[in-house]
Design a protein around this ligand. Structure first.
Ligand code: 3HC
Length: 293
């Protein structure tokens, strides 16, 4: 019988992790959200409250239902609280050393039957799995931003993933209202392998002076029917994440389409990471106008 994963841990409550926690809590599951310190935990709580609050304001969720969803989420700074989780999903920054350290901890803390999943955008699931004593129970479960809205989950299996686990995780994704696809463990899987080359190419086009930011965005939105132009989407994904994914893809494929565009590096170095910092290619809220147009 397929595993149902009643108690789910989410480690890292940034944009993606908080969205993933919301998705699981909305499905009726108990969620344990873990962050490194109290400040990060409060930011995660803020994400959850704002996101479900928006749904209440739009009349898509009652206040009671919001309370129930939030009541299913326990927030903690202690990884040890994941001991009873059936599934833990990691959504921490894309740095292999951090991920390996976390998975070593999860391997020690979580019960032997627990499945350990990574929401990595581009890093090797196999390398993460190999650092644990249960590589057969480690899998990629890759959500898309904003996680409560985007319907796709990439289920990433490795050569050592236990038979049947990818099917169980795909069934889990369906129970969350998502559509799963399965992919092998190759950098960027399917979506990022195709998407980041395009987004990076848009940065190169901007730098070459062929057209400005607003015109390139309008071109792809109105001429191709995409919901967002490339710079709006880069700001949504986060320029740091986009840069890191490009770097990994370039390293793995040596395909120059993925060599991060200088403007991306410049904005990341300046700390202008997109929506999450209030400024990236565009400015959000009160901040000064973003460069470059
Ligand atoms: N959290 C929760 N819900 C959100 C949200 C968020 N951050 N942003 C938007 N929504 C909800 C809105 O509340 C609204 O819900 P409703 O239909 O129930 O009222 C719905 O989404 C539509 O939102 P809006 O009307 O405000 O705006 P849009 O119609 O413009 O849609 C969008 C916003 C869904 C973000 C749309 O522009 C879109 O699909 N953009 C492309 C996003 C995309 O490509 N994401 C993938 C990025 S790649 C990635 O994540 C991989 C990673 O590894 C890098």
């Amino acid at each position: 019988m397929a595993q149902t994963f009643e108690t789910v841990g989410v480690v890292g409550l940034g944009t993606m992790g908080a969205g993933i926690a919301e998705v699981f809590a909305r499905s009726g599951r108990r969620v344990i959200g873990v962050e490194a310190d109290d400040a990060a935990l409060e930011r995660g709580r803020g994400h959850l409250e704002r996101s479900t609050g928006k749904a209440v304001a739009k009349g898509k969720l009652t206040e009671d239902a919001q309370r129930e969803i939030l009541g299913r989420v326990t927030l903690t700074t202690s990884r040890e609280d994941l001991a009873d989780a059936d599934l833990v999903i990691e959504a921490i920054p894309e740095i292999m050393e951090f991920k390996r350290g976390l998975f070593a901890d999860l391997d020690r803390i979580c019960k032997p039957s627990a499945v350990l999943a990574t929401n990595t955008s581009s890093l090797s699931v196999t390398a993460i799995a190999a650092g644990t004593s249960r590589p057969g129970q480690v899998i990629g479960m890759h959500f898309f931003n904003p996680a409560p809205v985007m319907k796709l989950v990439e289920v990433v299996h490795t050569v050592v993933t236990d038979d049947g686990l990818a099917d169980d995780v795909a069934a889990l994704a369906r129970s969350l209202g998502k559509t799963p696809i399965t992919a092998g463990d190759r950098a960027g899987f399917v979506v990022n392998r195709l998407l980041l080359g395009y987004l990076n190419h848009a940065c190169a086009l901007l730098e070459s002076g062929v057209a400005g930011r607003d015109d390139i965005d309008a071109a792809m939105k109105l001429g191709v029917g995409l919901p967002m132009g490339p710079f709006t989407l880069l700001d949504l994904i986060g320029l740091d994440t986009s840069y890191e994914v490009c770097e990994v893809l370039f390293r793995e494929t040596r395909d120059r389409r993925h060599a991060p565009a200088p403007v991306l590096r410049e904005l990341v170095t300046a700390g202008l990471l997109g929506r999450k910092t209030g400024r990236g290619f565009y400015s959000y809220g009160e901040a000064a106008p973003a460069a470059p147009k």
